[in-house]
Design a protein around this ligand. Structure first.
Ligand SMILES: Cc1cc2nc3c(=O)[nH]c(=O)nc-3n(C[C@H](O)[C@H](O)[C@H](O)COP(=O)(O)OP(=O)(O)OC[C@H]3O[C@@H](n4cnc5c(N)ncnc54)[C@H](O)[C@@H]3O)c2cc1C
Length: 406
């Protein structure tokens, strides 16, 4: 890339991206968010503000104005921001209450994997469309018989000349029904040992033989899908990295987001805790006592406050480790465990505070004013399963952190 094009890539996006100091970057971002978010949210009500349509609209708006590829190299059209600035970005977005991203697999996993392992043609084909959010990605790892034990996956990709022929099934594939592409793991050598016969393929979801069947969750939403592959013909050029070398790529891909993964989650949790305190102060028992004064509720909220603060410090430690190139799976597992289990606890307490009203269910179903709490209470049940179950993370901490026997 020429120096001029590189300069153009670096000059993309709002001016705060090029601030001299982290404080200037944060201040510029905050003021940008304070204008842009209400402008796009417009008259949308609280339920609509969390809809997939609004989440996609916000994400695409950010990409359109140049707020994407924050950590990518300038040569690939990115901003080459430090991890610290990327963390500030995610932190301030969470603090401003921006909707959760939809194309998180595209930006958080596929792009860094392509940057590390893609060939020139793959980078040229896919990266610009992730940068502008015109293509949404999903991740096809889990199968009915392969979740925690991912290496048991069976989706077969048989080589036939210059193509692979895919047969099998994926499950729990988030946003597969609205994705254009899927980064998936397939078995390319059934005779090899479990980890050795796996390849990564980039699969066009519009190909003949791909069928998505949405799975409805307890919240009433259908965020994930079963995906069936029936004699799907994929060009050999869609393979990322070496044939049968997919396990190493998948493990590397799992590390890419780790450093900044928790910052926005913990910030959102702090905001939710503040909202819970307000709710508990408003709600009263039959004897007129505010729920916040009930000893059990008060103790639970204090405990959550302390834990959230500790998690904030841990997230900063993980970021510092990553900046020094020392990412540790054990500290990420510890934080994932603490975050997911305490996030669930926060909504357990909210249900106690709401009392019988909690039984009205999610707003989307009941239209109840407090339905958001019920929806999030139900949704957070998934958080101790996704991105590794609590049991799997406890195993990692026990074996790799504490040196306990398997
Ligand atoms: C909201 C959500 C979104 C998801 N999105 C995606 C996605 O986009 N793409 C994708 O590929 N997958 C996705 N998943 C799937 C997720 O990765 C799997 O659900 C997860 O890996 C667990 O696998 P499993 O459901 O097959 O459970 P299993 O692995 O069958 O586990 C069942 C139970 O056994 C326990 N267990 C398993 N192994 C051990 C062990 N060695 N020691 C102790 N206990 C053990 C587990 O903790 C669990 O309680 C998503 C899941 C959720 C909830």
């Amino acid at each position: 890339m020429s120096a001029a094009t590189r300069l153009e890539a670096g000059a993309r996006g709002p001016a705060f991206l090029r601030a001299d100091s982290d404080a200037g970057f944060r201040a510029g971002l905050k003021s940008w968010l304070a204008t842009e978010l209400p402008a796009l949210a417009g008259a949308r009500g609280p339920a609509e503000a969390n809809s997939i349509a609004f989440r996609l609209a916000w994400e695409s708006h950010c990409c359109r104005v140049g707020l994407s590829g924050l950590g990518w190299p300038l040569e690939e059209g990115g901003h080459a921001l430090s991890l610290a600035r990327q963390a500030i970005y995610h932190e301030e977005c969470a603090r401003a209450g921006t909707p959760l991203p939809v194309n998180m697999i595209g930006h958080g996993i596929v792009a860094p994997t392509l940057l590390a392992f893609g060939d020139a043609a793959q980078k040229a084909r896919f990266l610009p469309r992730i940068l502008d959010n015109s293509e949404v990605w999903c991740q096809g790892y889990s199968e009915p018989g392969a979740g925690s034990d991912l290496a048991a996956l069976r989706l077969s990709a048989r080589r036939d000349g210059e193509e692979y022929v895919l047969n099998g099934q994926k499950i729990w594939t988030s946003f597969a029904d609205l994705s254009q592409w899927c980064l998936l793991l397939a078995r390319t050598d059934a005779s090899a040992t479990r980890h050795a016969g796996i390849s990564v393929l980039l699969v066009d979801m519009s190909l003949q033989g791909v069928t998505c069947r949405p799975i409805r969750q307890i919240t009433g939403e259908a965020d994930f899908n079963e995906v069936f592959f029936d004699n799907v013909r994929v060009p050999a050029s869609a393979r990322l990295g070496p044939e049968n070398g997919g396990w190493r790529l998948a493990m590397a891909a799992a590390n890419f987001e780790r450093s900044t993964y928790f910052v926005p989650r913990v910030v959102r949790m702090q905001a939710e805790l503040e909202a819970l305190i307000r709710l508990a102060a408003e709600r009263r028992q039959a004897d007129g006592c505010a729920m916040l004064e009930v000893p059990g509720i008060r103790a639970a909220i204090t405990d959550l406050g302390l834990k959230t603060h500790a998690m904030r410090l841990m997230a900063e430690d993980i970021l510092t480790e990553a900046e020094r190139g020392q990412t540790s799976g054990v500290s990420s597992s510890t934080l994932k465990l603490l975050w997911s289990e305490n996030h669930q606890r926060l909504f357990d307490v909210a249900m106690e505070v709401l009392g019988p009203e909690a039984a009205l269910g999610p707003q989307e179903v009941s239209g109840a004013a407090q339905g958001r709490w019920a929806r999030d209470y139900l949704w957070t049940r998934a958080e101790t399963i996704l991105a590794g179950t609590s049991e799997v993370h406890r195993n990692i901490i026990a074996e790799r952190g504490l040196g306990l026997p398997k």
